[in-house]
Design a protein around this ligand. Structure first.
Ligand SMILES: [Zn+2]
Length: 310
């Protein structure tokens, strides 16, 4: 047989047709693999009101097995809305652990960008995120850590005008900012909106944590720290320095207090303050009580002389 001037024997033609058929089958299989229907995957943001999916049950298994948390506690975490003030030294570890723990909605407000000097302690961020607003850098990392929760970034400075409106949307506020004016503003908005406040602070080698909830009889932040410290008495981390692992320790304690507060496990630091000294590896707790005539929370508490600072 002659095709295009080339002589083919019948055997050779049969062989070529067979090879072409095999090639067609291979190409067809490849086409099917590429265009097959993808397997059913869970939506990235499941309905936080519905029952937990198998993936979530697996993800939170180490919580669910804890007697003090269990499935009910994990559901409470999933339905809770927590606002984190500041995505810096304390905010970064707080955000990581709250996101990993499955807090359903996490708001974060900060107007700063990621800078190189942050990376010595703010391990949520990396070198590829330099100059990016912290709230967006955090959102990207937290979404990658846990796609089953909502992250709400607010790329701005908290103001008196919007604090109360914003706080009304949340069940709990965690404040890790490093200036008195913001702390006072956060405290006032928390008292106004009846929102519990977990407050942390760090400087050099020492940190402290407390939970303020005057509606439940505890002091508010202003009961303990009523006045702005004089210039130079409370230097910022940029001025005084801070040991890299310290915000990880204090931020993790803040996240732990948040998890206990939401799930009802154990006893929180309401009405107490934990002080941790990393330089000597020491910690102590002191009792706090309400300041009479506190201009912020009304001073319904009894008179006391145990103030930590005045
Ligand atoms: Zn007060």
């Amino acid at each position: 047989m002659e095709i295009l001037g080339i002589q083919f024997s019948v055997e050779r033609l049969q062989f070529i047709v067979m090879m072409l058929l095999i090639l067609a089958v291979i190409l067809y299989i490849r086409f099917l693999r590429k265009h097959r229907t993808p397997p059913e995957i869970e939506p990235a943001k499941p309905d936080l009101e519905g029952p937990m999916s198998d993936t979530e049950l697996d993800r939170y298994a180490r919580h669910i097995v804890l007697r003090e948390v269990g499935g009910a506690g994990q559901q409470r975490l999933r339905k809770s809305k927590v606002l984190v003030i500041g995505a810096g030294g304390l905010g970064a570890p707080v955000l990581q652990y709250l996101a990993a723990a499955g807090v359903g909605a996490i708001g974060v407000i900060d107007d700063d960008i990621v800078s190189l000097s942050n990376l010595q302690r703010q391990v949520l961020f990396d070198e590829n995120q330099l100059d990016i607003p912290k709230v967006f850098a955090a959102e990207a990392k937290l979404a990658a850590l846990n796609p089953h929760i909502q992250i709400r970034p607010y790329n701005r400075r908290l103001t008196t005008e919007d604090a109360s409106t914003l706080f009304a949307d949340y069940d709990l506020v965690l404040d890790g900012t490093d200036n008195f004016k913001t702390r006072a503003l956060v405290n006032k908005a928390c008292v106004t909106t009846n929102t519990p406040l977990i407050s942390g602070a760090i400087s050099q080698w020492e940190g402290q944590v407390s939970l303020f909830h005057p509606a439940k009889g505890t002091p508010c932040y202003a009961c303990i720290f009523p006045n702005e410290p004089a210039d130079g008495l409370a230097p910022s981390c940029a001025e005084a320095g801070v040991m890299g692992a310290l915000p990880g320790i204090i931020g993790s304690i803040m996240a732990s207090e948040a998890i206990k507060h939401i799930t009802g496990a154990g006893q929180t630091m309401a009405g107490e303050m934990l002080i941790f000294d990393a330089l000597y590896g020491e910690s102590r707790k002191i009792g706090l009580s309400r300041r009479e005539n506190c201009p912020i929370c009304g001073g319904r508490g009894e008179k006391n002389d145990q103030h930590v600072a005045g």
